[in-house]
Design a protein around this ligand. Structure first.
Ligand SMILES: Nc1ncnc2c1ncn2[C@@H]1O[C@H](COP(=O)(O)OP(=O)(O)OP(=O)(O)O)[C@@H](O)[C@H]1O
Ligand SMILES: [Mg+2]
Length: 218
């Protein structure tokens, strides 16, 4: 039996509207297991990003239980252009979480950053480049390397492929699957695109009218 990564039990989430509370998630319960790729699907406004915020601990107005069994998840965002600091090199960007975490020498940080570049199939030489010198797909690879660099096995991705063209999307899907198999990475993958979800995910959580309409294998 695979290990649990995340468990939600009866989660309700709210936003403040003036003095009122507006409920956007109602009685959400599900479990994610090691090495699993789960899709999170639903109409615009159904609460997908809100659910991500709850899981990341960014939304304090919630009720219910959210249990993390592993290191906290790292986020990969939709916009590969806005999410990397344009003034810093890829090497600097990748090493930042290691500096924050501490315990690595300069040399060890560089080695680890280069290893992550190789793992997402980018040349080591990209270490010295700036985000502005990379394509959208290449930047999304850097975002994935950045999410994984401290050893996290759980990625939350909010529409990470929707800014990329179809060919690049297909390459990214291959990469995400490969990381799942080789490194047992688990994803909660938000998407509007059911084709992408069916190619990538083994289970899908459908959100509708604030609730989980279905959580099914596909
Ligand atoms: N900061 C906020 N304050 C108040 N209401 C919010 C806030 N953020 C989102 N909402 C509302 O909560 C509901 C769910 O929004 P959410 O962003 O989670 O939807 P989503 O499923 O991610 O949509 P999309 O597919 O368009 O990204 C919507 O009705 C939205 O208007
Ligand atoms: Mg959203």
């Amino acid at each position: 039996m695979a290990e649990k990564v995340l468990e939600l039990k009866h989660v309700n989430a709210f936003y403040k509207e003036g003095k009122q509370k507006k409920q956007v998630l109602e009685d959400i319960s599900f479990t994610l297991y090691e090495g699993e790729i789960a899709g999170l699907v639903g109409e615009s406004g159904s609460g997908k990003s809100t659910l991500c915020k709850c899981v990341l601990g960014l939304l304090k107005e919630y009720e219910g239980e959210i249990t993390h069994y592993t290191k906290r998840p790292q986020m990969v965002f939709q916009d590969p252009f806005g999410s990397l600091n344009p003034k810093k090199t890829i090497g600097w960007i990748l090493e930042e979480p290691l500096k924050v975490q501490g315990g690595y020498s300069k040399e060890e940080r560089r080695k680890r950053a280069e290893k992550m570049l190789v793992q997402v199939h980018l040349p080591k030489e990209f270490y010295r480049r700036y985000p502005g010198e990379l394509s959208g797909g290449q930047r999304q690879r850097v975002s994935i390397a950045l999410a994984l660099i401290t050893g996290t096995k759980f990625i939350l991705a909010d529409e990470p492929l929707s800014a990329l063209d179809v060919t690049v999307q297909a390459q990214m899907i291959e990469l995400l699957k490969e990381l799942q198999k080789k490194e047992k990475i688990c994803y909660l993958f938000v998407s509007h695109d059911l084709d992408v979800v069916s190619m990538l995910c083994s289970r899908v959580l459908f959100l509708k009218d604030r609730k989980v309409e279905e959580y099914a294998d596909i």
